[in-house]
Ligand binder design. Structure first.
Ligand code: FAQ
Length: 344
């Protein structure tokens, strides 16, 4: 670890302990210097409370998005049109669960528990991505999610591999590799439909028509309405603004849509020679804020299903905890009863 970080780590308080910090200014300066030098902040390093809170907020939302995001596609596992498609889709949905686990683990390094975060998700006190409040009406939606939603996720998450907080940045490296496979499978699925019968082509086009605008909203509100961006960029949690990443995504998608033989549903989408990018039409931000308030087509369904899955999984968590306790007892020589409680 480089000098500035080593300085910050020396004498760092344990989690849960009050920050006895007689030399707060020096620690703040060392933190600022480490961020400026592009060093990684690690869990036991001193960090400003607001930096920690921002990371917990963003990583938790991200984790929640991954596990809620399993639902729209899982809706099609039993109806996949072939064994090959079913196997691919099952693997993808399982990957999303894995991403959730990496991210909850990254959040836990900041001193919060997974139970606490899940409780906030279930009670609506923490958000998940707006995109997962839209329904998957046809098989083509699985392709549109892979191509557009995973494509947007990669565009947003590749820069997060350079996030200043080490555990989040490292989790993103593996997540991005897996998301690339997801994006490719979505593209390939849509290509097969687009080149299929006229009905299949129309189904692919309809899915793209419905998922295009919500995918652009995934990047968050426009920069002038993004309350967290400036501070998150100063801390190098975010490396680019919401609008910068949205623009990058549009520029990537236009030639891909052409290769797919599909049209992006925006009459104002055109190449701007002067600025070297595509201009695109106005996003309906009223719809975005409405979905965030809980009024999207599937908000209620997603949360109800999530709470039910959590309740139905209680016995699995109990069994896993009992198994872990038994395993730990074997190594420490202590004995535990069936509930994992230590016994004399
Ligand atoms: N949905 O000030 P900003 C995936 C909220 S993973 C809901 O700009 P920030 C993989 C924001 O939280 C998709 N809420 O906020 C997959 C804040 O509210 P708060 C998830 C949104 O944090 C694929 C308020 O608006 N990806 O798809 C959204 O600087 C397929 C003001 O916004 C991540 O989470 C939204 N779209 O920037 C899984 C990536 N946008 O918290 C399954 C990491 C904004 O004050 C299948 N996160 N808000 O109550 C980020 O990069 C950032 O958090 C942003 C938002 C860019 C999303």
């Amino acid at each position: 670890m480089a000098t500035a970080a080593a300085h910050r780590t020396a004498g760092a308080p344990a989690y849960g302990a009050p920050h006895a910090d007689p030399d707060g200014d020096a620690r703040q300066r060392a933190f600022d210097a480490a961020v400026a030098a592009d060093e990684r902040v690690e869990p036991r390093d001193w960090m400003p409370d607001a930096y920690r809170a921002t990371l917990v907020r963003q990583i938790a939302q991200h984790a929640h998005s991954e596990i809620i995001g399993m639902q729209p596609e899982a809706n099609w596992i039993t109806r996949a049109p072939s064994l090959r498609r079913k196997a691919i889709l099952m693997a993808k949905v399982q990957d999303e669960a894995g991403h959730g686990l990496y991210l909850y683990s990254a959040a836990e390094t900041l001193g919060v528990s997974r139970d606490e975060l899940l409780d906030k998700l279930h009670s609506g006190r923490q958000k998940y991505s707006s995109i997962f409040n839209y329904p998957t009406l046809t098989w083509a939606d699985v392709g549109a999610i892979g191509w557009l939603v995973d494509g947007a996720a990669i565009t947003n998450q590749v820069p997060l591999c350079r996030c200043s907080y080490g555990p989040y940045a490292r989790a993103m490296v593996r997540v991005c590799k897996e998301e690339s496979f997801h994006q490719r499978q979505g593209y390939e699925l849509l290509l097969a439909l687009s080149r299929g019968t006229p009905e299949q082509h129309a189904m692919a086009q309809d899915a793209v028509d419905r998922w295009w605008w919500p995918s652009l909203m995934m990047f968050g509100p426009p920069d002038d309405a993004s309350q967290h961006s400036a501070q998150s960029m100063a801390w190098k949690i975010k490396r680019h603004s919401n609008d910068e990443l949205r623009q990058r995504f549009v520029d990537i998608c236009v030639p891909q849509a052409e290769s797919l033989g599909l049209t992006l549903p925006d009459p104002d989408l055109k190449w701007n020679e002067e600025h070297g990018r595509h201009d695109f039409g106005a996003i309906d931000w009223t719809e975005f804020w409405d979905v965030l308030k809980g009024n999207g087509p599937c908000n209620e369904q997603r949360l109800t299903q999530r709470r039910r899955a959590h309740d139905e999984g209680a016995w699995v968590r109990e069994a896993a905890a009992a198994h872990a306790a038994k395993h730990a007892a074997k190594h420490t020589g202590k004995h535990t009863g069936p509930t994992g409680v230590e016994q004399a």
